[in-house]
Ligand binder design. Structure first.
Ligand code: FAD
Length: 463
């Protein structure tokens, strides 16, 4: 047993200490909740040593990959230890088998770029710096979910350091229970994943589109899009965002077999009928260019400047799932809440909004009990986002977002575990995991009976 922390270890006062302990969500007090050290693991032995060290010393430990937990659960651990995987970001592609071994800490944009070198993709998410480690374990919905399933549906093997510091594998033949739980049970619960093995998809060119509508057409656009997004070609996944600044935008990606790309025009044609958009773009581009645009990179800027996602945002987001189309009354509730956003003293980096991601397709083909993702049958995944800049705008915006979700509960309920939310109330476990709670708690008891891996919304071991 190692009594030492290994890897690149940063202690209070070291150069880089401040940057090392902050997460993406900027509203939290990282000074008040500072860890005693941050280990930037370089390999799985560093992770193993950190677990053994923390156990021996009785120190709380948090695993971290991309730091994007909405509640900063990967970073806030007073006097604890953060084990950061972001420097474990290697990608090794086997083109013949169409598989890739990927370091758990890699960021999504880097992953897309490295896979693209070999002509492959994985299901995409919308943030360039989102980490693979947290994303996959929560499920991973994204802009190709209807085509390739969720991110976790493409995993064939997890390499994981368990609560004793031992290195294990979880796949269809070894530790099958853990393999089930790691696909949707959420990060930080069962161990520290150090490497994923995926089936990757050969994709070279894709179609992308975005259409903007007038606010006065809000109701008709939501009604039309909901039906279209679910019934359209399963190679299309799309997102409708409704912003408090009056933007009504449909964005999507068409990822078919190469010979079917010319169908893009006819597929999106229904979105051009009344109400018709005020502007639109539809392009066929290399898959990597599409990924960069999804990540908020401006393709017209020669340097591909990133537009929207900064790595430090003041926001409160929460989620719900609609299992059927939102009815007219629900659409009216969304509009009413968006039109009554609290006034802000300063303009944030992006407007507050509701985002609706269309479900169906391949993500519905996998049976609900095949993985821990309870909400894969979502007709829509709903995200409510509030942004602000000035400190005095924080609480009114947080209250607004939380109450907007509550007002929408008759139409969209439950919560997506990758959108951590401390305002879900006492039954948050059921809201994240539905009928999978008991099975998850049994697996937790088997693999982490002392609840070593814990955070405010971690899965407790079965009693
Ligand atoms: C801008 C933005 C865009 C997003 N877009 C999408 C999207 O399109 N689709 C979607 O599904 N989600 C999306 N998300 C949500 C995202 O999937 C979750 O926030 C996810 O948990 C982030 O993972 P991370 O590694 O970056 O975060 P972290 O904060 O590092 O980790 C999140 C959780 O996982 C645990 N964890 C992290 N790494 C490991 C590991 N290696 N082993 C074990 N546990 C680990 C942490 O302890 C923590 O509990 C987005 C989030 C943001 C902020």
């Amino acid at each position: 047993m190692s009594n030492l922390l290994t890897g690149r270890v940063i202690y209070p006062g070291d150069p880089g200490w401040d940057a090392a302990r902050h997460g993406f969500a900027a509203r939290f007090d990282y000074d008040e909740n500072a860890p005693q050290a941050v280990v930037f693991a370089q390999n799985r032995d560093d992770v193993s040593n950190a677990v053994r060290w923390a156990r021996a010393k009785g120190v709380n430990l948090r695993a971290r990959s991309g730091r994007h937990s909405y509640q900063a659960y990967s970073s806030l651990t007073k006097n604890g230890l953060i084990v950061d995987l972001s420097e474990m970001d290697s990608v090794s592609v086997d083109s013949h088998r169409q598989t890739a071994k990927v370091g758990a800490g890699i960021a999504m944009l880097t992953l897309s770029e490295k896979l693209s070198d070999s002509g492959f993709v994985l299901p995409m998410v919308t943030g360039p710096t989102v980490g693979l480690g947290g994303l996959v374990q929560g499920g991973g919905f994204g802009i190709t979910s209807r085509r390739f399933g969720l991110m976790c549906d493409n995993v064939t093997n997890f390499e994981i350091v368990n609560a004793n510091g031992d290195i294990m594998e979880a796949n269809a033949h070894h530790n099958e229970d853990l393999f089930w739980a790691l696909r949707g049970g959420g990060g930080g619960n069962f161990g520290i994943v150090t490497q994923f093995e995926f089936n990757v998809q050969p994709v070279t060119m894709v179609g992308i589109f975005n259409l903007n509508y007038q606010w006065s057409d809000f109701t008709d656009v939501v009604k039309k899009w909901q039906e279209w997004s679910f019934q359209s070609d399963p190679a299309v996944t799309s997102l409708l965002s409704l912003h408090v600044d009056g933007t009504v935008r449909i964005e999507g990606q068409f990822t078919p077999e190469l010979q079917d790309l010319p169908k893009l025009g006819s597929i999106i044609a229904p979105l051009l009928e009344a109400p018709s958009p005020i502007s639109m773009q539809a392009l066929v581009v290399p898959a990597l260019a599409a990924a960069r645009m999804t990540f908020g990179v401006d393709p017209t800027a020669p340097e591909w400047a990133i537009r929207i996602h900064s790595d430090n945002q003041l926001f409160k987001s929460c989620s719900a799932v609609a299992l059927e189309p939102i009815p007219d009354e629900g659409i009216a509730v969304m509009k009413q809440w968006l039109e009554s956003v609290p006034p802000l003293s300063a303009t944030p980096s992006q407007p507050s909004m509701i985002q609706l991601l269309g479900g169906g397709g391949k993500s519905h083909e996998v049976p609900v009990d095949a993985t821990a993702v309870y909400w894969r049958n979502a007709y829509l995944v709903v995200q409510y986002d509030g942004y602000w800049t000035a400190p005095q705008d924080a609480q009114p915006t947080i209250d607004w977002v939380v109450n907007m979700r509550k007002a929408m509960l008759p139409y969209a309920h439950g919560a997506y575990v990758n959108y951590h939310d401390d305002q879900l109330g006492d039954n948050w476990l059921e809201q994240y995991y539905g009928t999978h709670v008991d099975r998850l708690r049994q697996i937790k008891k088997k693999h982490d009976p002392t609840n070593f891996f814990n955070f405010p919304q971690s899965i407790p071991p079965a009693v």
